[in-house]
Write a protein that binds this ligand. Sequence first.
Ligand code: APR
Length: 241
Amino acid sequence: MRIGVLTGAGMSAESGVPTFRDALTGLWARHDPAELATEAAFRRDPALVWGWYRWRAAQVRRALPHRGHTGLAALAATHEVRVVTQNVDDLHERAGSIDVVHLHGSLFSSRCSDCGRRAVPEPLAAALADADEAARLPPPACSHCPGTIRPGVVWFGEALPTAAWDAALDVVATAELLVVVGTSGLVHPAAALPSLARRAGLPVIEINPQPGAIAEVASESWRCTAGAGIARLLERLDAGG
Ligand code: APR
């Protein structure tokens, strides 16, 4: 079966990566993530924003994929599984998923804010050996132009990468089932994908412990965590259901 899977922050939350909506603790508690994740914030205070992403990258590096991530990777042995994620971490890939579309970019694809070239080696990966999680950290300079390196993520107010969005539309257009895991369905355009799938006649299974906007379009809502829901999905597909 061709299975499309749309994942959101709840998928990574189960690995201990906090969502934007979680109250942050420690160093960054007094900052609003929605205000740090903007181009305006980066222009205003690059060291504040880069320091925050460096801290988030360190959290992701310490997190491990959970049974939901590994379950999806295992499912690809018997089904055609294409993952579309809103998450900027690499937990799906570390669990072994090959076909992963990152709608909101990646923490590990920093690029120049002027010329757009990728920073090599990836500075957010390299910085992690350093245990100092100081709040502020000036971003590196571009090695090709006078520009400054920025995180390779999609900030609020920015357009999604065209190739990623086209790939997500293709997943919905070609899948026979869409599974939506751990997303509130509030952030567009990703939130439109489940409705597009339903309009195309696909069954949509929602996996989320809390009801939200996706419940209105889903054909089935499973009120459980990502790990438990994906285990149930594997059981159902193994049983041929
Ligand atoms: N398993 C499944 N779902 C969970 C779990 C869990 N263990 N824990 C929390 N959730 C659900 C919450 O109930 C909520 O509906 O995950 C969802 C997270 O919602 P959001 O924080 O809005 O995340 P998301 O939908 O991915 O938001 C999209 O907005 O936060 C920004 O840029 C960020 O990519 C993100 C985008």
